[in-house]
Design a protein around this ligand. Structure first.
Ligand code: M6R
Length: 602
C-alpha cells in the first residue's frame, strides 16, 4: 500500500525513495537513490516482513545529494524510530550542534536526520512513552517548513505527523487511516479527506485521527470529499501522463466553466470571503505565481485590463516581497497555483495579506494551503495533474482568470450583461476547438520528430501570444532539455535577432488577421525579418490566414476565436510539440530531470 501511494506521489520528487514498516521485531527500512523503481528492486531482493503500519517517501534533494544515505526514512533512538520529512528545516545546523554535544551521531547530511534524532532525544527525555507529545515539543523547536511523519517501535498501529508550511492531508478509510502530501497518495483506498491547518500535529491509528496544535491543544480539521477517483490519476491508455493531460484539456476547460454563470450571465466564485462591495472598490490587481502559472497570469492581464479597466501587474512570487511592493487594502492579490502548495507563492500571499491586501486564489487542488489561506477561491477543475510539465492546469487557469475578469467587470459595471454572455458563449466553444486541434495532432507530431536533433528553438509572440511563446519555450526546456527562449516579437530587433542563424527554428504565434490587423501585419513583418536571416519559421496561425503561408516552412492552423481567447488554442500545438520531441529523444516526459511537481521549498 505504501509503495502504491508512493507511485501516485512520485511526481512530487524522484531523487530517491524509501519506506519503513513497523513489524513485530521493530522497524524495518529500505531506501534507495533514484526513482521508485530502484527501491522496488531493493525490496524484491530483500523483502519486508508483514506489517500493518508503514511510512514512505520520495525525495527532491535539498540538504545533501540524492544518495542512498540521504534518502528517507532516517532512523533514530537506536533504530526504534523512523522519520520522513518534506520541506527545509532552517535551524537544523544549530540543533545538530546541540545534539552532537549530547553525544548523538549522524549518518547523513540531511536536515531530516537532525529532526529524527531530535525527536528521539525528546522522546527519551520525556520518559519514552508519548510520541505525539514528543513531536509537539520537537516541532516547537524547529524553524522553516516541514511535514514530518514518525513511527516508533513502541507504538504499533500509530503514525504521528506534524505540519508547518508544508502540505499534509489525512485520508479516512474503513478501519484504516492515511496521511499523504496530497490525496493521490491514498486515492485508491478512500476519497474522504481532512485538511489540516498550520502548525498542527495529527496522530492516526486504524480507527481514529486526533489533531492538536504544537502545544497539545485539541484542533479540528476540515473534512472534504475528493471529487475525482483513482482512474483520473492513471494514464488511461496514453504513453505518458503529459500526453493524457494534453488530451484532457477540452474537459479541463469545460469543467472549469461549468456552473459559473446563471441565465442572466451573473457569475459565482467558489468561496468568497471578501465583501463584493470591497472587491468593487479595488484599485489594482497583482497576480502572483511561478512558472507556467505565471504565464497564465500574463495572459490574464490582457483580458482583465481590457474588460475591467483595472491595472494588473504580474509578478513572480519569489521576487514580489523582496522589492517592497506597494500594496494596500485596495489591492487584490490573485495567486495562481496548480498545486496550491508552491512555497514561493504561499509566502508572497502571506506577505501581501500582512500588508492588508485582499487575496484570491486560483487553484487546482482542493484542501491545499494557498486557497485555505486566501480570502476568496476560484477552483480550476482540471482534475489531478501528474506530469511535472503543466498543461491542462494552464488552460484551466486561463479560463478561471477569465471568469474572474468577467465577474469583476460585472461587479464594477465595466461590461454589459450581454457582453459578458457573449464572451462566456465564446469560452463555451473553446473545448470543441481544442478537440479539433487534438484531432490534427499528427501534423505537429511529425514536425517534432523531424526536429529531435535540434539544439535550440526560439518562440515569438505579441500581445497574448507573448506569454504563449514563453510557455512554449518553457515546455521544451523542461522536458526536452533543449535551449529554448520565448520573446516578445517586437523585442527581437533590440537584441535577440542576433541569435538567428541559418536553419534556426523559430516558432511564431501569429494573431488573428481579423480585427486587430496592425498586430497581424507587425508579426508577419517579424517573421520576414527572421526568415531573411536564415530562420526556419514555424507558424501557429488562425484558420483562414492564407497570407502567412508564404513566409512559413510549416503552418499549424488553430480555429477562429476572439483574440483574447487565442492562448487557449495556440498553446496546445506547442505542448504537443514539446511532448513529442522529448519522447522522440527518449526522455521521461512525466518526470524530467532535476524537477518536482510541487515546489514546496523557497
Ligand atoms: O503548482 P504551481 O502552479 O504553483 O507550480 C508553479 C510552477 O512550479 C509550475 O507551473 C512549473 O513551472 C511547471 N513545471 C511548468 O510546467
Amino acid at each position: 500500500m505504501v509503495l502504491e501511494g508512493l507511485r501516485r506521489l512520485e511526481y512530487r520528487g524522484y531523487d530517491s525513495a524509501g519506506v519503513a514498516v513497523l513489524t513485530d521485531q521493530g522497524i524495518e527500512a529500505r531506501k534507495k537513490s533514484g526513482k521508485l523503481a530502484n527501491l522496488i528492486g531493493v525490496i524484491e531482493e530483500e523483502p519486508l516482513s508483514a506489517s500493518l503500519t508503514g511510512i514512505g517517501h520520495t525525495r527532491w534533494a535539498t540538504h545533501g545529494g540524492p544518495t542512498d544515505q540521504n534518502a528517507h526514512p532516517h532512523l533514530a533512538d537506536d533504530g526504534a524510530l523512523a522519520v520522513i520529512h518534506n520541506g527545509i528545516i532552517e535551524n537544523f545546523a544549530e540543533i545538530k550542534q546541540e545534539l552532537l554535544a549530547k553525544g548523538h551521531t549522524f549518518l547523513s547530511e540531511t536536515d531530516t536526520e537532525v529532526a529524527a534524532v531530535l525527536l528521539g532525544d525528546i522522546y527519551r527525555a520525556e520518559g519514552g512513552q508519548d510520541l505525539t507529545k514528543s513531536l509537539q515539543i520537537a516541532s516547537r523547536k524547529l524553524e522553516g517548513a516541514f511535514t514530518l511523519l514518525a513511527v516508533h517501535r513502541d507504538h504499533p498501529g500509530v503514525v504521528v505527523a506534524s505540519r508547518r508550511n508544508s502540505p499534509l492531508v489525512v485520508g479516512l478509510g474503513e478501519n484504516e487511516n492515511f496521511l499523504g502530501s496530497d490525496v493521490s497518495g491514498f486515492i485508491d483506498f478512500t476519497r474522504r479527506a481532512v485538511e489540516l491547518g498550520q502548525d498542527q500535529i495529527v496522530t492516526i491509528t486504524p480507527d481514529a485521527h486526533e489533531i492538536t496544535d504544537f502545544f497539545g491543544n485539541p484542533a479540528e480539521g476540515k473534512e472534504f470529499t475528493v471529487d475525482w477517483d483513482a482512474a483520473a490519476a492513471e494514464k488511461g491508455g496514453y504513453d505518458s501522463f503529459m500526453a493524457k493531460e494534453i488530451h484532457d484539456q477540452p474537459a479541463a476547460v469545460a469543467d472549469t466553466l461549468l456552473g459559473r454563470a446563471d441565465a442572466e450571465g451573473r457569475l459565482t466564485l467558489d468561496e468568497l470571503r471578501i465583501d463584493p462591495q470591497e472587491l468593487k472598490g479595488i484599485s489594482k490587481i497583482i497576480v502572483l505565481a511561478c512558472g507556467t502559472s505565471a504565464y497564465a497570469g500574463s495572459v490574464a492581464k490582457y483580458a482583465i485590463e481590457s474588460w475591467c479597466r483595472i491595472p494588473v501587474e504580474v509578478e513572480l512570487s519569489h521576487e514580489f516581497r523582496y522589492r517592497e511592493p506597494i500594496v494596500d487594502e485596495k489591492t487584490l492579490i490573485v495567486s495562481i497555483s496548480q498545486s496550491g502548495e508552491t512555497m514561493d507563492t504561499l509566502m508572497a500571499v502571506r506577505y501581501a495579506k500582512e500588508q492588508g491586501a485582499k487575496t484570491l486564489s486560483i487553484c487546482n487542488t482542493n484542501g491545499s494551503t494557498i486557497p485555505r489561506e486566501s480570502d476568496a477561491v476560484l477552483y480550476t477543475h482540471a482534475g489531478p495533474e501528474i506530469a511535472v510539465a503543466s498543461t491542462k492546469a494552464f488552460l484551466a487557469q486561463i479560463t478561471a482568470t477569465y471568469i474572474l475578469g468577467l465577474y469583476l467587470a460585472h461587479l464594477r459595471g465595466n461590461l454589459f450583461t450581454g457582453q459578458i454572455k457573449d464572451i462566456l458563449a465564446d469560452l463555451g466553444k473553446i473545448p470543441a476547438k481544442i478537440q479539433d486541434i487534438l484531432d490534427r495532432e499528427d501534423e505537429i507530431k511529425d514536425l517534432a520528430v523531424s526536429m529531435a536533433e535540434n539544439q535550440s528553438v526560439l518562440f515569438l509572440g505579441r500581445h497574448v501570444g507573448y506569454p504563449v511563446a514563453m510557455e512554449g519555450a518553457l515546455k521544451l526546456k523542461e522536458i526536452a532539455y533543449i535551449h529554448a527562449e520565448g520573446f516578445a516579437a517586437g523585442e527581437l530587433k533590440h537584441g535577440p535577432i542576433a541569435l538567428i542563424d541559418d536553419g534556426q527554428p523559430v516558432f511564431v504565434v501569429v494573431p488573428s488577421p481579423r480585427g486587430r490587423d496592425s498586430l497581424h501585419s507587425k508579426v508577419v513583418s517579424n517573421i520576414q525579418e527572421v526568415r531573411a536571416r536564415g530562420a526556419k519559421t514555424l507558424v501557429i496561425a488562425e484558420q483562414g490566414d492564407e497570407a502567412v503561408k508564404q513566409y512559413a516552412e510549416f503552418v499549424f492552423y488553430v480555429p477562429e476565436t476572439p483574440t483574447l481567447l487565442m492562448p487557449l488554442l495556440a498553446t496546445v500545438p506547442l505542448q504537443i510539440f514539446a511532448c513529442e520531441l522529448a519522447t522522440a529523444k527518449g526522455f521521461d516526459v512525466d518526470q524530467p530531470r532535476n524537477l518536482a511537481k510541487s515546489v514546496t521549498v523557497e
